[in-house]
Every structure is written in C-alpha cells, then in structure tokens.
Design a protein around this ligand. Structure first.
Ligand SMILES: Nc1ncnc2c1ncn2[C@@H]1O[C@H](COP(=O)(O)OP(=O)(O)OP(=O)(O)O)[C@@H](O)[C@H]1O
Ligand SMILES: [Mg+2]
Length: 367
C-alpha cells in the first residue's frame, strides 16, 4: 500500500519538477530575445552616445540568447536532479511512518495488542501515531477485560455448581439424607446462579444499549422505601443502622420503578457489604429545579482513590481475593450506572479513602 503512495508522491514531485522546468524553458524562450535586445540596445545606445560602437548585430543577439539558453538548460538539469534526490528523501520520510503503522495494525489484527509505535513528529503523522497508540491501549484493555470476564464468569458459576453437585451426589450415595435443610441449601445456590445469569443478561443488554424502560411518573419516596424494606432485616441482622432522612415532599420523577429500585438495592446492598456492626448507612435526598439527588452514604470501609475510578467497570472489585463472603461479582454498579444513564441521570461515588466511608449519589432529571 505505502509503496503505491510512495510512488504516487514521487511521481507528483516529478510532475511538479517537469512542469516547473517546462514553464522555465517556455518563459525563457519567449522572453529572452526581447529582454536581451532591450538591455543590449540600452548598452549599445550608451556606447554609441559616446561614439564607441555600432548598434548590436542580430548575430550577436542570437549568440547571447543561445548562451543564456544553455546556461538555463544546465541549471535546469542540475536543479531537476537535486529536486529528485530531495523528493525521494521527503517521500521516504512520509511513507516510513505510514509503513510502520501498517505493520503495527497487522500485528494488532493478529492479536498482539501490546504493539505501539514511536511518535516522531509533531505534525499530522505524529497525531495519527498518537491516535493509533490510544486505540491500541483501549483495545488491549478491552481484550484484557474480555479474558478476565470469561475467567470471572467461569469462577462465579463453578462454586455454586460444585456445591449443588456435591450435595446431590451425597444424597445419591446415601451419605446425606434427603432433608429439607439440605434442599434449602441447594435452593440458595440455584438462586445464586440465577442471579449471576440475570446480572450477566442485564449487563449484556445494558452494554448493547438495549435496556427497555417502562417509565411512569413516580414519587421517589416510594422506591426508596421499597428498597429499604427489602433490606431492613439484613441490616438488622448485621447490626448496621439504616437511616432514611427524606424531605417531606419529593418531586415526581419519570422513571422505570423496577429498574431504579434495583439501583437502590445495589447501593444499599453494597453499603451493607462494606460496613461492620455499629456502622451507619444514611439515605438522604435533595432537589433543584432540574434534578433530584439521592445520596447513600456509609461509614464503612471506604474506597481508595485508585479504586474509585474503576468501581463502575464491570467485574471490578476493590477486594480481588474473591472470597464468597467478601461480596459479589462486581457487576452491580456497572448495571446501575447503565440504568441511571438510560434515564439521562448520573451515578457517582465519593470517598475520603480507605476506612473513611463512601457516598454514592444517584441524580435523576426532573420532568
Ligand atoms: N459502599 C461501598 N464501600 C466500599 N466499597 C464499595 C462500596 N460500594 C462498592 N464498592 C466497591 O466497588 C466494587 C464494585 O461494586 P459492585 O456493586 O459493582 O460489585 P459487587 O458488590 O462486588 O458485586 P455485585 O454487586 O455484582 O454482587 C465492590 O467490589 C467494592 O470494592
Ligand atoms: Mg454490589
């Protein structure tokens, strides 16, 4: 590809050189005789004035013109040769980075995402190299997440499946009795599997921009209370205080209640997950003429500045140990953010750092 461009560039330079040379030759041919005649006659006139010579003969005039043409020809050939050498050099300077980019993109296409190219100039080619490197970095990150995603999904599915299998085998072998408590254990694992599958399904829909929303005009107090009621018992069990401090009247908001309740449940679930007995999770709300803001603030584990920029990425968990006790699969906030953004709202996180608690703010536009 770049050889064609190189050839085209060189050809265009040569065309320019030839056109320049021809223009020079034609202009010289047309203009030389009259210019010489004029100038020589001037000189001749002055000399005659002093009585030294005859006016210039036409023979001498032709000879001078020929000499000038000769000089022009030699100069043109030298200039053309120099121009060709310089064009070849300039062409190489332009085509080399293009060639480098071509080779690098082929490597990336073949799956080597670590490929980067050196940015050597501050012009458009340099910009292209910078853009290329940025693209390669994004592709590398996406590919890494894709691999991690597969690993994570496999890991998330393996544990409940292993548990279910061992219980069933235990019952078949007669080691375990067919007792309702054991069946409830299996049921829990099946629920866990169903939740993971549902989350993955929601995530893939959300990422494809296919979340269907059934919006209605709703009093936000309603879904906040709904989420609080659903988790109140678990909070009580863990000894974490759940405070709800809402203004008397909140503005009606147009939203898909089911999905926004899911967002609230995710935030409250995370709050519960990252707090210990005696901690407090506080729900508050405020509104302006354009937005309603709901804050979920906890006094728990907090989030480090390094982690806080990533927590909305899918499968990202600050605690990489993946103990089953230490949380879910890292999809909750990703789905929540997609849901909120589908409502033209925003979901943000703030934390003073580790052990400084965290505050999540859900903002929705008022109709
Ligand atoms: N209130 C919080 N306090 C401290 N860290 C939090 C809090 N909420 C979220 N995080 C961090 O953000 C990560 C991502 O949260 P997210 O809800 O997406 O996933 P998860 O809770 O681990 O799993 P899932 O919600 O899918 O079951 C968490 O693993 C945790 O590290
Ligand atoms: Mg969560």
């Amino acid at each position: 590809m770049n050889q064609t461009i190189g050839r085209k560039l060189l050809l265009s330079y040569i065309v320019i050189i030839v056109v320049g040379g021809l223009t020079l030759a034609i202009a010289a041919e047309l203009h030389t005789p009259t210019a010489i005649a004029r100038h020589m006659n001037n000189v001749g006139g002055q000399m005659m004035h002093r009585g030294e010579h005859e006016p210039m003969s036409s023979d001498l005039l032709a000879n001078v013109a020929q000499a000038i043409n000769e000089i022009l020809l030699v100069a043109s050939i030298a200039a053309t040769l120099a121009a060709i050498v310089v064009s070849a050099f300039v062409t190489r300077r332009i085509t080399t980075p293009i060639h480098t980019m071509q080779v690098a993109s082929q490597r990336i296409a073949a799956g080597d995402y670590s490929e980067r190219i050196a940015v050597r100039s501050a012009d458009e080619l340099g910009d292209m190299a910078t853009a290329f490197n940025a693209m390669a970095t994004t592709l590398e990150a996406t590919e890494m997440r894709r691999r991690q995603l597969l690993g994570d999904v496999a890991h998330e599915l393996r544990t409940p499946l292993t548990n279910i299998r061992s219980v069933i085998e235990g019952i078949i072998d007669g080691v375990l009795v067919n007792d309702p408590a054991i069946l409830i254990e299996i049921q829990d694992e099946v629920r866990r599997l169903q939740r993971i599958v549902a989350d993955l399904e929601a995530l893939s829909k959300a990422e494809a921009g296919q979340l269907s929303l059934e919006k209605r005009l709703i009093d936000p107090t309603h879904f906040i209370k709904l989420a609080v009621e659903r988790l109140a018992w678990q909070y009580e069990q863990k000894g974490v205080v759940l405070h709800v401090e809402l203004p008397d009247k909140l503005p009606l908001i147009e939203l898909d209640e089911g999905r926004i309740t899911q967002v609230m449940l995710n935030l409250l679930g995370n709050g519960l997950q990252h707090t210990i007995e005696g901690d407090v999770v506080r729900i508050s709300a405020e509104f302006s003429s354009a937005h309603l803001h709901i804050h979920v603030a906890d006094t728990g584990a907090g989030i480090s500045p390094d982690d806080i920029t990533h927590i909305f990425e899918r499968f990202y968990r600050a605690d990489k140990s993946r103990k089953r006790t230490s949380g879910g699969s890292g999809i909750g906030l990703t789905i929540s953010k997609h849901i909120v953004e589908a409502h033209a709202g925003s979901l943000t996180a703030k934390s003073g750092g580790l052990n400084q608690g965290s505050t999540f703010t859900l903002s929705l536009p008022r109709p």
